[in-house]
Every structure is written in C-alpha cells, then in structure tokens.
Write a protein that binds this ligand. Structure first.
Ligand SMILES: C[S@@+](CC[C@H](N)C(=O)[O-])C[C@H]1O[C@@H](n2cnc3c(N)ncnc32)[C@H](O)[C@@H]1O
Length: 176
C-alpha cells in the first residue's frame, strides 16, 4: 500500500497503523529522529535504517543508534547512497519518506520511485504536500493500473537501470 500525507501526525499514525513488529524499515529524511524514536518504541524487534543529509541530524541520530537502528548521514537522491543501503539489505517491509512536507514533489516522487523499485516494500509512506495535492486533484481515465504493494507494480522488473540514468539527468542545482 502507498499512503500519502502532509500533516506529520497523520504520517506517523499511518506508519504506526500498518507497521508490524519485526518489519525492516527504511526511513528517508529522519531529521533528529522524532519519528524514528516512535518506531523504536513501538517495534522493538524491527531493524531500522534511517537516513538524512542534514548536519543537525548527526549527533541526535548517533545518540539514538543501537542494535536495531543504523543511521546514515547521506543524500538519498544519490545512487551511491542507495547502493550503500542495498549492500546491507536487499528488501524492506516499510519505506517512509519525509524530505520536508513542502519539498519539491518531483524530487520526492523520484526518490520514492527509485527506493521503492529497489527495496520492494510492502508499504510506503510519503509525506509531501504537492504529491498529496496532485493525488487529491487528479481524475483517472479508468485504466486499471493499481498496486497493492508499496511500489509501482507495473514497473516491477524495470526499476534499477532507468533509475541510474535518471540520476545522471538531474540538474546540478538539485544534485549539489
Ligand atoms: C521535515 S524533516 C523530517 C522530519 C521527520 N521525518 C520527523 O518525522 O520528525 C525533513 C528532513 O529531510 C531531510 N532531507 C531533505 N532532503 C534530503 C536528501 N536529499 N537526502 C537526505 N535527507 C534529506 C532534511 O535534512 C530534513 O532533516
């Protein structure tokens, strides 16, 4: 299932509703760990990999890190970051993405596409106003494309190669 939100409380509640103890969780955009802490408290047997590229996140997340939580200070748009995580785990149950509620929806969607195609989560949670607004405002043609998983099922087998090309095409200002 793919769940969208803008309000951070809804984002956290959606995660709490669908996550099960023992699930492997990738959290993109953990900041100083306010959601991560909730995950650690509620899912004691889960393995969590949390990522954020902010310098602010480093000390707080390193304090939180334990046997169940690994923090990686890196840019989740970069292929090398994806690869670093892929070397550790090849699949996750939960993918949560919060790069900032008002963050560029196109970037967030690309990050969703790349990470979900790679790790094939059962459930993905995206906190982004633009994607939610787009979803709430669109009218379907009725063609039957629908995924019950946390990734786009119709791209099931074609995730990773186009993703590498797409990263190359990102503008320098977005790439930093
Ligand atoms: C609103 S905060 C996340 C709050 C957190 N999810 C929570 O529930 O408390 C957004 C975070 O996304 C991080 N972020 C934005 N773009 C990123 C990127 N490209 N790679 C890694 N982290 C990113 C920011 O550094 C920031 O800490």
């Amino acid at each position: 299932m793919i769940k969208l939100s803008y309000d951070v409380k809804n984002y956290r509640n959606q995660i709490l509703d669908l996550t099960q103890n023992g699930d492997t969780i990738i959290e993109l955009g953990c900041h100083v760990g306010n959601t991560t802490r909730i995950l650690l408290d509620n899912f004691k047997d889960s393995q969590i990999i949390a990522l954020d590229n902010s310098p602010e996140a480093i000390s707080k997340m390193n304090e939180l890190a334990n046997d169940n939580l690994e923090f990686i200070n890196a840019d989740v748009r970069l292929h090398e970051t994806l690869l670093e995580v892929f070397k550790k785990i090849q699949k996750c149950d939960i993918l949560s993405i919060d790069l900032g509620g008002g963050y560029h929806p196109d970037t967030v969607f690309k990050v969703f596409y790349i990470w979900s195609s790679t790790f094939k989560p059962k459930h993905t949670f995206i906190r982004n106003r633009g994607i939610l607004e787009f979803f709430n405002s669109s009218v379907s043609s009725g063609e039957d494309y629908m995924s019950c998983e946390g990734y786009l099922d119709s791209y099931h087998d074609s995730g990773i190669p186009p993703q590498i090309k797409e990263f190359e095409l990102w503008t320098p200002s977005i790439k930093k």
